[in-house]
Design a protein around this ligand. Structure first.
Ligand code: 5RP
Length: 226
């Protein structure tokens, strides 16, 4: 009997499979988080072997990694369309509805995803859920509006708490904002929650990615499935 891959091995398997969607000459969206990091490393190997692609990064960390591996990194001044973006997710629900932002990069990740013709999710099997909501929904907010946004989120029945960095200080995103992680409970209507959160002035972005992913490559003991 085959041994079950570790979670990290599964992430690598999904990341490796996603390379099939990257073709020479493409502009590639580079996601953030540990699974996307595996993808960037594997892409770096391909670039070092001669593959010609350019990347648009969804976080400072991903950009630095890509540059260190020799992947040419551009931004939206050079290309406003991404051929394929590869990124991880915190939850993958029905119809490829996602929660993202566990790594704090949801704003740039969503910008990159919105520009992508194909948005491919890479994840281990633990990320697949029947209903979104087990993972706290990250909401990125302008710092000065945080108390106001927090109150409005509570009024919606959500339970926000401000994200802290490892050293106990406030977590600050690449764009200089706070994140409120919101316990939502099981979401029966993610579209409604997304619209309600978006309507709050001071919210920059939320981690619900609905109708954006074009496929999800999920790896577990039986291999990589879609
Ligand atoms: C970062 C993200 C990540 O894609 C998400 O948190 C999944 O991370 P990992 O691949 O480490 O499990 O949304 O903002």
């Amino acid at each position: 009997m085959l041994a079950m891959p570790s979670v990290d091995d599964a992430k690598v398997m999904a990341a490796r499979k996603s390379l099939e969607f990257v073709k020479p000459g493409m502009v590639v969206g580079l996601g953030s988080g540990s699974t996307a990091t595996h993808f960037i490393r594997l892409l770096g190997e391909q670039v070092q072997a001669g593959l010609k692609v350019r990347g648009i990064a969804s976080s400072q960390a991903s950009e630095e990694l890509a540059v260190s591996l020799g992947i040419p990194v551009i931004d939206f001044r050079t290309a406003t369309e991404i051929d394929v973006a590869i990124d991880g997710a915190d939850e993958v629900g029905p119809e490829l509805a996602l929660i993202k932002g566990g790594g704090g990069a949801l704003l740039r990740e969503k910008i990159v995803a919105s520009a992508a013709k194909q948005f491919v999710i890479v994840a281990d099997g633990s990320k697949v859920v029947k209903h979104l909501g087990r993972f706290p929904l990250p909401v990125e907010v302008i710092q000065l509006a945080e108390p106001l946004v927090r109150h409005r989120l509570e009024t919606l029945g959500l339970k926000p708490s401000r994200r802290k960095a490892k050293d106990g200080s406030d977590y600050i995103t690449d764009e200089g904002n706070f994140i409120l992680d919101c316990a939502c409970g099981e979401m029966n209507d993610p579209g409604k929650i997304a619209a309600e959160i978006r309507a709050i002035v001071g919210v920059v972005e939320h981690g619900l990615f609905l109708h954006m992913a074009t496929r999800a490559l999920i790896a577990d003991g039986s291999g990589v499935r879609e």
